[in-house]
Design a protein. Structure first.
Length: 243
């Protein structure tokens, strides 16, 4: 956690059931690292400059549709958190996403600034529709955070934050390679912080998993998110190849 003090004491975090749950989560997380969303072929090719400027602009414009809804889903999950201490852990993530209270430092605003530096106007951002796979991903994320606290955490952490340290460097490299005057402030806010946010969700999951059914729910929901994210890169990559 970056700004908010951890609201749990040592005894709570080292309770036997919590330690076991965290170990199981770690094993599961390690097992998903070979899924297509990690080191996706499209992202690798994109980072090497294999696509036209138009295709790169298309990719970043499409991904903005997911960046845009992330804080809304995170806020919904915070609202469904069982205790104020759970909310405090997630609030640390939300505060960072919102630029610590500085609107221009909010992640979506930084992303829009990056799009502007690519020559993409606010009007173009507003009128561009998301590709079908992105609509499915966004709707599924929104449904997950409203369905239950555990399912929302699975989508937010293992199904989301875990992919960022892998996916974003490819995107950042593609942006820098394609646009000489690119504003990369958005990417400078990601990396180790996302690892920390993922660890925070792990802790909350470990404290809220009570049964085998709960753990099955975590793995099932995280897998849904990871496969849907891979489908987004598949679709965007297929379209970009024709540009």
């Amino acid at each position: 956690m970056e700004k908010v003090a951890l609201p749990f004491d040592k005894a709570e975090m080292t309770a036997p059931e919590v330690i076991i749950n965290r170990a199981q989560i770690d094993i599961f997380q390690d097992s998903v690292m070979k899924l297509p969303v990690f080191d996706h072929p499209f992202l690798i090719k994109l980072s090497k400059g294999a696509y036209s400027d138009k295709a790169v602009r298309f990719t970043f414009l499409q991904f903005s549709k997911h960046v845009q809804i992330f804080t809304a889903c995170l806020g919904a999950l915070i609202g469904s958190a069982p205790t104020v201490r759970d909310r405090a852990v997630l609030f640390d993530n939300l505060q960072e996403e919102m630029g610590g209270g500085a609107l221009l430092g909010a992640h979506y605003m930084l992303y829009v600034r990056m799009l502007n530096s690519m020559g993409i106007s606010h009007e173009e951002i507003d009128r561009t529709e998301a590709v079908p796979s992105l609509l499915v991903l966004n709707d599924a994320l929104d449904a997950a955070v409203r369905r239950s606290f555990v399912s929302g955490l699975a989508w937010l952490g293992i199904g989301g934050e875990l992919t960022i340290p892998n996916n974003f460097p490819y995107l950042a490299q593609a942006a820098k390679k394609t646009f000489a005057n690119i504003d990369t402030g958005f990417f400078e806010r990601h990396g180790s912080r996302d690892d920390e946010h993922n660890c925070d969700t792990h802790l909350l999951l470990a404290m809220h998993i009570k049964t085998k059914a709960d753990f099955h729910l975590v793995t099932q929901e995280a897998m849904k998110s990871l496969w849907l994210r891979a489908a987004v890169w598949d679709e965007i990559g297929h379209t970009a190849a024709g540009m």
